[in-house]
Design a protein around this ligand. Sequence first.
Ligand code: ATP
Length: 225
Amino acid sequence: MGGSIIVCKDVCVAYGRQEVLHNVNLEIPRGAFLPFIGCNGSGKTTLLRAILGLVPLRRGLIETPFDRAPAGYVPQHKVIDPLYPVSVRQIVEMGLYPRRRRFRRLDEEQRNASAAALEQLGLAEHAKKNFRELSGGMKQKTLIARALVSGSEVIVMDEPTSELDEQSENEVLSHLVELNAQRGITVLMVHHNRELVERFTHTMCRIQRGNAEIVSTGKGGGDNA
Ligand SMILES: Nc1ncnc2c1ncn2[C@@H]1O[C@H](COP(=O)(O)OP(=O)(O)OP(=O)(O)O)[C@@H](O)[C@H]1O
């Protein structure tokens, strides 16, 4: 795939008779920091889920590296509301599953990675708490920490900061930009606040009228896609 890590070719996705994405052709460069922007209902989440292989394509093809290593996925936190008590630390450690031998205890490196992610997101003191007892913002941070420990080369997030206060949102976005710049991790995320993301990058994936294209706004912080 050359310099591209994900390639969409003539992708069409529909729910029943409603065609949400028509003939999307997209090449996402390796190492991109790429917010998905567009109005409500334009198909941002659908495209993200299609890239993850979570919704079937009516036509077309999406090439990804996820058969070798799954993406670190941060869903909208409402998607996860465990019936059984699961601690914040246990949720974060789930991110290690792809690298962990079944039923084996975590090794020291894995325990350190989990502790570092909890620390980075300011969750260390809440590690033993029950996930379902957390506030919305803390749940989001827990799911971001889970994606960080996964060691994936692509992190995919659906509105990862929608319930964070302004300071936490800036911190989390800065952290993701840093991760992208230092480790070359490709970051894809649906985000509603275009003005805010423009402070971090000037390259975005715009979704409108069923099509998607990578656009440059010509301003902002990053220069990585
Ligand atoms: N599981 C589903 N079944 C049927 N229709 C769906 C489903 N998921 C999404 N849709 C429809 O597909 C369209 C695109 O939805 P999608 O959630 O991808 O948009 P979005 O751009 O992420 O929206 P928002 O900004 O409001 O989160 C909408 O009209 C929505 O109603």
